[in-house]
Design a protein around this ligand. Structure first.
Ligand SMILES: NC(=O)c1ccc[n+]([C@@H]2O[C@H](COP(=O)([O-])OP(=O)(O)OC[C@H]3O[C@@H](n4cnc5c(N)ncnc54)[C@H](OP(=O)(O)O)[C@@H]3O)[C@@H](O)[C@H]2O)c1
Length: 353
């Protein structure tokens, strides 16, 4: 089966995806009879292109073009003039990839991109947390209405199988809560402070490694954790929260400095996300927690992410990702694409060579 991809956003994750689709092309063909091509891509500053032939452009050729950084379109692409919504309407594709920048306060404009793609009968795979945190129920219903899939494995802990594992491998299981180390920037900075570095030096180190953004406030003040907690609570526990509903107290740079200084011998400070069912509702929080040596999370490095699920079948189930990044995120997108190919009909229904 040949699957056409249109990508909104083509940064670190888009490039890693093109590289992994190139590397795994043989494996995907052999194991699943799947071939992927890009029929178009669009970014905020470079604008867009649409492949002139129905077959689309192979990932290897897109990667070789160096677009958008090189300024050169891949061979066989025509420039597209118009905005993102016009691109979604114009680009023929089985799956729209939403790989644009996260806005943790609104989830926009990515939510509008996904609405438009689903309404146009395209499957959607996104690594962008915003739309899932702010509009999961609405987008899920829209996908169901149009008979297409909405998948987002990479929205939490890169491509670590959380949603796919819960869906495929935890049948009839009730998840009553979770606990996670979900923000690498905060936990990297705390691990460097534990080694005696100042907060400023630790943040600068995280920025040099590409872990922290130029303005790390969204991470240190718990917004990134709140967005992830919202997604996990809504998808895995049936809650209907928004990031503003997540308790965020005692966070931020000054709180980190004070909490680090107040640690007792043997304790390790981490930014921890928690959720628990309370009656009919779900209560979730992002906090700085001093962890005793008996806590598994105390032993994870600053770059590790972890999620412990409280379940009624497997009891406590923990999954840990070592240092993540765009490669693992691209893998999550591919895992979602394979799931769509296995479980959903081609919306366009057009047989392609
Ligand atoms: N990097 C990771 O390891 C990772 C892990 C998990 C999840 N994610 C999520 O995956 C998404 C992509 O991450 P990334 O690392 O690839 O980001 P990135 O390198 O900053 O790339 C973002 C891309 O989106 C484009 N873009 C931004 N706003 C847009 C808009 N309004 N319309 C069209 N294009 C737009 C950017 O274009 P311009 O450059 O022209 O602005 C760029 O091509 C983000 O939502 C991120 O939170 C990333």
């Amino acid at each position: 089966m040949h699957i056409q991809l249109a990508s909104l956003g083509f940064g670190n994750v888009g490039r890693a995806l093109a590289a992994m689709l190139t590397e795994k092309a043989g494996e995907l063909q052999r194991r699943y009879d799947l071939a992927f091509t890009f029929t178009g891509a669009f970014t905020r500053s470079a604008g867009g292109w649409i492949a002139s032939g129905a077959h689309g452009i192979a990932a290897v050729d897109l990667a070789a073009s160096g677009w958008p950084g090189s300024g050169a379109l891949p061979a066989g692409a025509q420039p597209f003039s118009g905005d993102a919504l016009a691109f979604i309407a114009a680009c023929p594709a089985d799956v729209v990839l939403e790989l644009t920048t996260l806005d943790p306060h609104t989830g926009q404009p990515a939510t509008d991109h996904i609405r438009a793609a689903l309404a146009a009968g395209r499957h959607v795979v996104t690594a962008n947390k915003g739309p899932i945190a702010y509009a999961y129920r609405e987008l899920w219903a829209l996908a169901a209405q149009h008979g297409v899939a909405l998948r987002f494995e990479s929205a939490v802990i890169d491509g670590t199988p959380i949603f796919n594992m819960a869906e495929a491998s935890l049948p009839a299981t009730v998840i009553s809560g979770f606990r996670g180390l979900l923000n690498s920037t905060s936990n990297y900075v705390l691990s460097r402070m534990a080694l005696g570095e100042s907060l400023e030096t630790a943040i600068a180190g995280a920025q040099r490694l590409g872990v922290a953004e130029a303005n790390p406030a969204n991470d240190l003040e718990g917004w990134d954790g709140a967005v992830k907690a919202t997604i996990l609570a809504n998808v895995l526990m049936g809650a209907d929260l928004r990031p503003g509903d997540i308790e965020r107290s005692g966070l931020g740079a000054e709180a980190m400095r004070q909490a680090q200084a107040a640690l007792l011998p043997g304790q390790t400070l981490k930014q921890v996300v928690t959720a628990a069912r309370e009656g009919e509702s779900v209560r979730a929080a992002v906090r700085l927690e001093p962890l005793p040596p008996s806590d598994l999370f105390a032993h994870l490095s600053g770059m590790d992410s972890a999620l412990l699920l409280h379940t009624d079948t497997m009891q406590d189930l923990t999954i840990i990702e070592g240092e993540g990044g765009p490669g693992q995120t691209a893998f999550g997108v591919i895992a979602d694409l394979v799931t769509i190919a296995k479980t959903s009909p081609r919306p366009s229904g057009t047989p392609l060579p």
